[in-house]
Structures are given as structure tokens and as C-alpha cells.
Design a protein around this ligand. Structure first.
Ligand SMILES: Nc1ncnc2c1ncn2[C@@H]1O[C@H](COP(=O)(O)OP(=O)(O)OP(=O)(O)O)[C@@H](O)[C@H]1O
Length: 238
């Protein structure tokens, strides 16, 4: 079992988790922990099982075996109020404007913060008048991120939050938005291929390959040993 983060009940704990989809084993004996208040990166090549693992954490997909716990109690659909999830594929209603969607989301989620919504609308440069169906991929990704971060859930699970976002915006959003939100109180698990833009924000990383945890590190310990997240990733997956 790989332990990451602070002492106390971890925000996420997976033990011996197995999942098969259409007879293919997608997750195999997955075990790791993420401490409460950490910003953790879930890294790995295409098809490694990252999105499947994140869906499991939200409770939307049950494991075939093994245990998944959030803050010391089993994950499941009844825990969705504690998890703000940004899925990897767009699921926003195309016929609404961004403003109409945000108004709907504010009524849907009891933990919605209007103040944070206003702040993020400016920072992420979302135009409330734009219809979602007419947005570019990058623009829709910003709205997805705005939706996810406007909630005050203790656990944020983001699956590829920067898909389609251009390089400079990615860097700016990573620091000014995600970095600022990670205040040591809330826990983030972010699956991403944008290692360079995110590496300075991660407290810990979990490297997933072929459905298993290949390695997990505290980033500070990595740096002390003169290594970077990127060099580690290359070592494990080269
Ligand atoms: N509904 C499904 N039907 C068939 N196979 C699936 C399904 N969902 C996932 N898989 C398979 O499970 C494996 C893991 O997929 P997953 O989407 O979790 O990977 P990932 O690490 O998120 O990949 P990427 O970085 O490309 O997003 C892949 O081989 C994928 O083809």
C-alpha cells in the first residue's frame, strides 16, 4: 500500500481494487491513498485506467472487488454531495448559454458558491451570453472547470481539465485558478497529461500504467532527491 499526504483519515483510500469492462481487466489490484488537503496528480499513458479509476471514486462505477473509501467511509452514489467531479467528456447542455447553465447549476448544487462563480467567471474569461453549443473545446473546458470549482465540496476530482485549452491559458489557469483553490483544506485529484504546467502544484503523484499503480511519490521528496515529476514519469513509462 502506497501512502501519500498527511496523517489522519485519508481523503481517498483504494485497496486491492479490481474492475473489468467487457471482460477486459481495466484496474488490477489498485492500492493508494491521498491525504486530506493534498493536491494529487494521477498520471499515466492513454488507456492506463485513469478515467475508470476516477469514475470509481465518484461512486458512479462500483469495483468488482476491493475497497474504495472517501474520508474513511465507503465511496458510492450516496457520497456524490462530497465530490465535485469534472468528467473527461463534455456533458453540458448545448442549447443553454453559459449564464443559463450556471444559474441551473447554482440551483442544482446545495454547496454552490455564487461569489466563487463570479470570481472564476472573470478569471476563466467565460462569457455568460455564449451558447454552449457554439463554444470551442477550450472554451467549454473553461466552463466545465468553472462549474466544478464553484462548488464547495471537500473533494475535487478533475479528469483532464485542460483538454483543448491553449498552452498559455493552461499555465495561467493552472496557477491562478487551481493553485489558488488548493488551500490545504480541500483535496484535489487531477488526471492530466499536462505534467509541465501542473508539476509545481502537485503535492503528490500516482503513476498508473496498464491498470496498476506503478509508483507513487511525495513531490517534495522527489525534488529533494533532485528529480522532477516529468523525469519520474519518463523513468516509469519509457
Ligand atoms: N465502456 C468501455 N467499453 C470498453 N472498454 C472500455 C470502456 N471504458 C474503458 N475501457 C477501456 O479501459 C481502458 C482504460 O480506459 P480509461 O479511459 O480509464 O483510460 P485513461 O487512462 O483515462 O486513458 P486516456 O489518458 O486516454 O484518457 C482502455 O483500454 C479502454 O479502452
Amino acid at each position: 500500500m502506497t501512502k501519500l499526504g498527511r496523517a489522519g483519515a485519508p481523503a481517498i483510500r483504494c485497496d486491492k481494487v479490481e474492475v473489468s469492462i467487457k471482460k477486459k481487466k481495466v484496474l488490477n489490484q489498485v492500492a493508494f491513498e491521498v491525504g486530506a488537503g493534498c493536491l494529487a496528480g494521477l498520471l499515466g499513458p492513454n488507456g492506463a485506467g485513469k478515467s475508470t479509476l476516477l469514475r470509481l471514486l465518484t461512486g458512479l462505477l462500483p469495483p468488482d472487488s476491493g475497497s474504495v473509501e472517501l474520508f474513511g467511509a465507503p465511496a458510492g452514489p450516496d457520497r456524490l454531495a462530497e465530490v465535485s467531479f469534472l468528467p473527461d467528456r463534455g456533458q453540458l447542455p448545448v442549447y443553454l448559454s453559459a449564464g443559463e447553465w450556471l444559474g441551473f447549476a447554482a440551483r442544482l448544487y446545495p454547496d454552490w458558491s455564487r461569489a466563487r462563480e463570479r470570481e472564476l467567471t472573470a478569471k476563466l474569461e467565460v462569457d455568460p451570453a455564449r451558447r454552449i453549443g457554439s463554444m470551442s473545446r477550450g472554451e467549454e473546458a473553461r466552463l466545465q472547470l468553472l462549474t466544478c470549482l464553484s462548488r464547495e465540496a471537500p473533494l475535487l476530482i478533475l479528469d483532464e481539465p485542460f483538454t483543448g485549452v491553449d498552452l498559455l491559458s493552461r499555465e495561467r489557469i493552472a496557477s491562478a485558478v487551481v493553485g489558488e483553490m488548493a488551500d490545504g483544506e480541500r483535496t484535489f485529484l487531477i488526471a492530466t497529461h499536462d505534467i509541465r504546467e501542473m508539476e509545481h502544484l502537485f503535492d503528490s503523484i500516482v503513476l498508473l500504467g496498464d491498470g496498476t499503480v506503478k509508483a507513487a511519490y511525495e513531490v517534495e521528496a522527489l525534488r529533494e532527491s533532485g528529480r522532477s515529476v516529468e523525469s519520474c514519469y519518463r523513468e516509469v513509462f519509457a
